[in-house]
Design a protein around this ligand. Structure first.
Ligand code: BGC
Length: 486
């Protein structure tokens, strides 16, 4: 990228490409890197600054690529290293940065280390403890010779032993491999998970997954994980062009989360607190204030995220497209960086009625309702949906939500996002709350004002200014708008 880099990531809009479901370049029903490359002009015209590609590495796909068998190649399902390089070059040519996923907590059980029986690189014990897998059931699987290995996710995802210097060294080399190929950063999967306490203490009760994100569990968020992030930061900083690390970290409090984005660690962390805030003015305001304060306390920008490949799409979480559109207009007005998940710009809902026989997500083991297939349905590109035999069926009524149907329609969600992403560049300055009726949010940033009505009644915000964007008639129930004021 050009030399004029000025902390580009501090207010960047980064679009998550779930490669498998984005665009199919070779017609086999599974999205791929050629598909992504073909659609770069779409992403450019949408106005994103960067894309984050979910794992495309060789994998048996027990967890759709988050079980990596080879960290330095591309799975044939998704293309080749040459396709990857061409994608990066084209993206950079359009001024779009490329972030790739790195999965350091665990490998695939097909990874050569596990296959070759290099047990000191994993966590083997004679007896299991009581830890549970995030996907349900025990976090331990017994091997033929009677020993057990730890897997905080699926049995096909053995956890690595980060106390072994060979593991640390290998990942540093992997980072360099992709940095040398020109990537602009990494989304660090389970960035809170790598280091486990040596004595692997029992937790003492079941249903542990409910504790993650609000309480301390011994397998996550151990202090020594920060040494790894510091060493990675030194590598990122040794490359030109401000390469970044973004933590997917589940910490028990916002203060613990802020530790991942101290100046010598990663650049950003996903803001799941905001993602999980309900459609309620007071709750959203609290999440916004708390996020700004805690990331500000370490000098890092906040990130804002409404959806991703692991959670129910926010149209469905909030209960209506009107709310989802208003949430997007609010989110894109906030200071900091925003992460979009493919398809939210079309207003796609969660697919709740996928037939059981097509659902493949291992998390359904925990309970069928927690399955993540419904947010991973392929994107509808054209009125005829644009896929031959997609790996998950696309609802036929998504024809009207397709890129083709929405493009150029000023009332569409796609055009709302496009307007917001371009207009957002004018928003400068800190957020200052202004007084507003109960159930609403009103704030200014420089010469812009944003108003959100979360009540079921119309509200007159009486703003004297030029309307820049509105998710609906300004002041309508479940709407948001920005104005430029004198
Ligand atoms: C990814 C999930 C994945 C898990 C295990 C997550 O946080 O986002 O999709 O299943 O890590 O790698």
């Amino acid at each position: 990228m050009g030399a004029d880099v000025t902390a580009w990531w501090r207010d960047a809009v980064i679009y998550e490409v779930y490669v498998r479901s984005f665009a199919d370049g070779d017609g086999d029903g599974v999205g791929d890197l050629i598909g992504v490359r073909d659609r770069l002009p779409y992403l450019k015209s949408l106005g994103v600054d960067a894309i984050w590609l979910t794992p495309f590495y060789p994998s048996p796909m027990a967890d759709f690529g988050y079980d990596v068998a080879d960290y330095r190649d591309v799975d044939p399902l998704f293309g080749t290293l040459g396709d990857f390089k061409a994608l990066v070059d084209d993206a950079h040519g359009l001024g779009i940065r490329v972030i790739v996923d790195i999965v350091p907590n665990h490998t695939s059980d097909r990874h050569p280390w596990f296959q070759e029986g290099l047990r000191d690189r994993y966590i083997f014990r004679d007896e299991p403890n009581d830890w549970e897998s995030i996907f349900g059931g025990s976090a331990w699987t017994q091997t033929e010779d009677g020993q057990w290995y730890l897997h905080l996710f699926a049995p096909e995802q053995p956890d690595l032993n980060w106390d072994n210097p060979a593991v640390r060294e290998e990942f540093e080399q992997i980072l360099r491999f992709w940095l040398d190929l020109g990537v602009d950063g990494f989304r660090v999967d389970v960035a809170h998970g790598m280091v486990k306490p040596a004595d692997l203490p029992d937790i003492g009760h079941p249903d542990q997954v409910r504790m993650v994100g609000s309480q301390k569990v011994p397998y996550f968020d151990n202090d020594a994980v920060h040494d790894i992030h510091r060493s990675w930061r030194r590598i990122l900083d040794s490359y030109p062009g401000e390469r970044i690390g973004v933590a997917e970290a589940w910490a028990p409090s916002p203060e613990r989360l802020a530790l991942y984005i101290r100046p010598d660690e990663l650049h950003q962390a996903f803001n799941f607190h905001y993602l999980f805030a309900p459609w309620d003015a007071a709750e959203l305001r609290r999440a916004i204030d708390e996020s700004l304060a805690t990331s500000g306390s370490v000098g890092a920008p906040t990130t804002w995220v409404l959806s991703n490949h692991d959670v129910k799409r926010h149209v469905t979480r909030y209960g209506s497209l009107a709310r989802a559109r208003a949430a997007a207009v609010l989110t894109l007005a906030l200071p900091g960086s925003a992460y979009l998940y493919q398809g939210e710009e079309l207003g796609l809902p969660e697919v709740l009625d996928l037939p059981a026989e097509v659902c493949q997500d291992p998390q359904r083991l925990r309970d069928p309702d927690s399955g993540r297939d419904g947010c991973r349905v392929p994107l509808p590109w054209t009125r005829d949906l644009g896929w031959r035999n997609p790996w998950l069926p696309i609802p036929s009524d998504w024809s009207d939500l397709s890129v083709e149907a929405e493009t150029g329609d000023p009332a569409s969600t796609l055009e709302l996002y496009r307007t917001a992403l371009h207009a957002r560049r004018e928003l400068q300055g800190d957020l200052v709350w202004r007084e507003s009726p109960a159930g609403t949010l009103l704030f200014s940033r420089g010469d812009h004002v944003c108003a959100v009505n979360l009540t079921g009644e119309p509200v007159d915000f009486a703003i004297d200014g030029e309307l820049v964007i509105a998710s609906d008639t300004p002041g309508a129930p479940d709407s948001a708008a920005w104005w430029k004021v004198k």
